[in-house]
Every structure is written in structure tokens, then in C-alpha cells.
Write a protein of this length. Structure first.
Length: 450
């Protein structure tokens, strides 16, 4: 099939074509009020799209149209992102075609199509519905079967994005905008906000999205239960096949959510899906076991936004609150999960825009040195070897700890670094480079006095 590429989004007074759309020859648009094509819509040859509700029948070549009826209300025909429309199909009326849907060749569509459904026939009916639980398109033979799969999908979407938040109304609004601008009200993704008794306008921000999107859920704690417990609570609310914790100041880049969903669908057997922002080659790699995971992910496991958990594996952790005072529950979860499902995959792509806030709310040395090393030691002999842990210690010291400590001190970021030298000594005193690095740390510390 030959497509014409539309490299840039185009917009007229009554026709909107999103970026990345492609069309075969012979596309006919009949517009009374408005036609909208989302992003990356693929249209086969000799397709007819109209926002008017008329009877029509395909013939060999053009489409014969009868009795056009101008649409009521806003009168828009809306076709969602990544929809594929087969050759000689006709879509007509004030209707919405959901995201990720497929219109079979020769179909005549006069009614709404939910997200991720396949329709065929004249008049078109739903013949298959995507089911996140099985990662398969389920064949359906009646409207009752359609409703059963759609109902199950609403209760168990593909992904739950869980956002713990506290007094970050501006960041939360930007974060939610970055998500819903890409997914809309789809039932394939639920967004959960756990508000830790914020005293700013967080509740108003969340309520506004809640009123607009049925796939949004919001809980407000009557009192502040602490960051760690709020993180655990947010994850515990998830109903999706996969769950991911997301910092309220970590915003999804354009097209990031669909890319993540595609990765989850194609690697649904993996217990962990981790994005590696510095690699940026777009490649997906699979691995097996805790030691391979440590070598690949390193201490970026502490960044909760980067890791997505297969919820069935996460729920096998018997006590998910056991490390709730370490600020690193997510690290323990990852290695616990790998102990019973060692399959993981990594995506070499940055999916987020970060607000650039320095680490705050905890002591940097206590968490990044003591607690992280304690987490790794906990799994020594239970997936991690002493040699792998020692290698990781060196990598983290030179790649993260010293650079961040230098930045915090030099730029006076306000992060608590008290006792940094003591935490370093506690964990690194037996390493051959201990004395050399200790002098470097003291030199950096001296900068704070000037």
C-alpha cells in the first residue's frame, strides 16, 4: 500500500489533521462542520470520511452518496490517534472512532467505535476488542460479548499511572496535562493521584481533571501520612496489568505514553520494564535475573518514575511496607519481584521532562549511600553476588554520589547533606580507594564554607 506522508500537522477552519498521518490515494473528505484526525492515523486508498449522516454505498471506485443530513451540535467526526482505516471504507456521521482502533476494508461505519476495537461489515459492527489481561484481541460475536470485554477492561486496564503528591499543584497540573493530552479518556490507562493532605490548591487541580476524565481516580488523605506511606498507598490503588509510580514533577514527553503502552503490550511477560533515559537509541532489550538487572539499571532503580511493575508480580511481595522508612521501597520491590519472575526489559529512551528539582525531603547521604547499600546487601546471596555489589558501589560513587554532592554544595541547592562523610565512611571504609575519595569529599565540603 502506498501512502502519502503528512509530515507536519495541518489545520484549516473545519479540518484538523494530526502529525504523522498517512493517506493512500483517493481519500474523499465531505465536511459540513468539522473532521478531526488524531496523530498517526493511517488511511487506506479510496476511503470516504464525512461528518454528515447520510446513507451511502461503495461502488467500484467512487462512493455513491444519498440524502446528506447536516450534523447537529458541534457536528464533528473525530478519529482517534493511531487508528487504521482499510481501503474503500466509509465513515460518516457525528461520531467518534476511538484510539488504536481498526476499520476493516470495505466497512461502512455510522456509529461510535470504542478505543482499541476492530470493526467490519456494512453496517460495521465490532468483531474484536483488545483485552489487556491476555494481551490479545478477543473475538466477539454479539453486543453482549463486546460489553463483557469492555467492562473487564475498565476494571483492569493495561496501565495504572500512580502519582503520589503533596503541595505541588503547579507540577501536578503539568504532569496530568502531559498524560491526558496523549491518552484522553481511554479505558486502557487509569491515572491515580494520592494527595497527602496538601494545603495548597492540589485538590482543586485534581478535581478538575476528575470531572473531565472517567479514567482519573483521586484520593485525599485526611492527614499527612509521610512520603513513603503515600507512595505505597498510591501503588496499592492500582488495578492495571502494569503499575508505575510517577513523580508529580516528572512530565511525559510527547508520544511517550503510547510508546510505553506498546512496550508493555509486547513484553507483557516481564515483571519489570525500566526506561533508560541516557541511552536514547530507542532499543528494547530483555534480560534475566537480579544481577543482570543491577548491571543494566544500576542505582537508577531509585528513580521511581523510571520503573513499571507487572502488578501480579508486585502483589506477590508479602510485605510491601517493610521498607517504608528507607525512601527506597521501590528498590526492594524490584529485587523481590525478580526473585520469582526474573524476566525484565529496558527501553532505551527518555520519556520524561524533569522539573530539575534537587533531591529534597531526606538526607542525601543517608538515602543514597547507607539505605541504597543496605538494600543491595539485603539481596546478597539472594540474586546478587558480593562481587556485583562491590562493582556497583564503585560505579555509584564516581557516577552519582561525588557529582551530585559537588553540585549540591557548589550550587547551594539546599539539600540536606549533613553527615555525608560519615555515611561514606560507614559503607566504603574497606574499599582500596577510600582514603583518596575521602580527601576529595573533604575538599568539596570546604567549598560550602566560602
Amino acid at each position: 500500500m502506498i501512502y502519502k506522508d503528512l509530515a507536519q500537522p495541518e489545520q484549516w477552519s473545519n479540518v484538523v489533521i494530526g502529525e504523522g498521518c498517512r493517506s493512500g490515494p483517493g481519500l474523499v473528505l465531505t465536511v459540513f462542520k468539522r473532521i478531526e484526525l488524531g496523530r498517526h492515523v493511517e488511511v487506506g486508498p479510496y476511503v470516504s470520511l464525512s461528518d454528515s449522516n447520510h446513507s451511502c454505498m461503495p461502488v467500484n471506485g467512487p462512493v455513491l452518496r444519498k440524502s446528506p443530513i447536516q450534523p447537529e451540535g458541534d457536528g464533528a467526526l473525530r478519529i482517534g490517534d493511531r487508528t487504521r482505516i482499510g481501503a474503500h471504507a466509509v465513515i460518516a456521521g457525528n461520531i467518534t472512532i476511538g484510539q488504536w482502533s481498526v476499520i476493516a476494508a470495505g466497512s461502512i461505519v455510522h456509529s461510535d467505535v470504542p478505543d482499541a476495537c476492530i470493526v467490519a461489515g456494512n453496517p460495521a459492527r465490532i468483531t474484536a476488542v483488545y483485552d489487556p489481561a491476555s494481551s490479545m484481541w478477543i473475538r466477539v460475536h454479539s453486543q453482549e460479548e463486546v460489553e463483557q470485554v469492555l467492562s473487564r477492561r475498565k476494571e483492569q486496564p493495561l496501565l495504572s499511572i500512580c502519582i503520589p503528591t503533596y503541595n505541588r499543584m503547579g507540577h501536578l497540573e503539568a504532569c496530568l496535562n502531559s498524560i491526558f493530552s496523549q491518552i484522553g479518556p481511554t479505558d486502557l490507562v487509569e491515572v491515580i493521584v494520592s494527595d497527602n493532605a496538601s494545603t495548597d490548591g492540589t485538590e482543586k487541580v485534581a478535581t478538575r481533571f476528575l470531572e473531565q476524565y472517567p479514567n482519573m481516580r483521586y484520593i485525599r488523605n485526611p492527614e499527612n501520612i509521610g512520603a513513603d506511606r503515600n507512595i505505597i498507598q498510591a501503588a496499592g490503588m492500582a488495578r492495571g496489568i502494569f503499575l508505575k509510580l510517577n513523580g508529580d514533577d516528572d512530565y511525559f514527553l510527547e508520544e511517550a505514553v503510547p510508546l510505553l503502552l506498546s512496550t508493555l503490550h509486547n513484553h507483557s511477560d516481564c515483571s519489570l520494564v525500566h526506561t533508560i533515559p541516557w541511552r536514547r537509541d530507542g532499543g528494547i532489550s530483555r534480560g534475566n535475573g537480579a544481577e543482570a538487572y543491577l548491571g543494566t539499571v544500576s542505582n537508577h532503580a531509585v528513580a521511581m518514575t523510571l520503573t513499571t511493575f507487572r502488578r501480579a508480580d508486585w502483589e506477590k511481595i508479602t510485605d510491601r511496607t517493610a521498607w517504608g522508612s528507607t525512601s527506597l521501597s521501590q528498590v526492594y520491590w524490584q529485587y523481590q519481584i525478580l526473585s520469582h519472575n526474573p524476566k525484565f526489559c529496558t527501553l532505551g529512551r527518555n520519556l520524561y521532562h524533569y522539573a530539575g528539582k534537587a533531591p529534597d525531603g531526606y538526607n542525601f547521604g543517608k538515602v543514597a549511600i547507607r539505605h541504597y547499600m543496605q538494600a543491595l546487601s539485603y539481596f546478597e546471596g539472594a540474586g546478587l553476588s558480593k562481587e556485583a555489589i562491590t562493582t556497583e558501589m564503585t560505579k555509584v560513587l564516581y557516577g552519582t554520589l561525588i557529582p551530585w554532592y559537588t553540585r549540591i554544595v557548589q550550587e547551594k541547592l539546599g539539600t540536606d547533606v549533613s553527615g555525608f562523610e560519615d555515611y561514606y565512611t560507614e559503607c566504603y571504609r574497606d574499599q582500596p580507594y577510600y582514603e583518596e575519595v575521602l580527601l576529595k569529599i573533604r575538599a568539596i565540603t570546604a567549598l560550602s564554607r566560602h
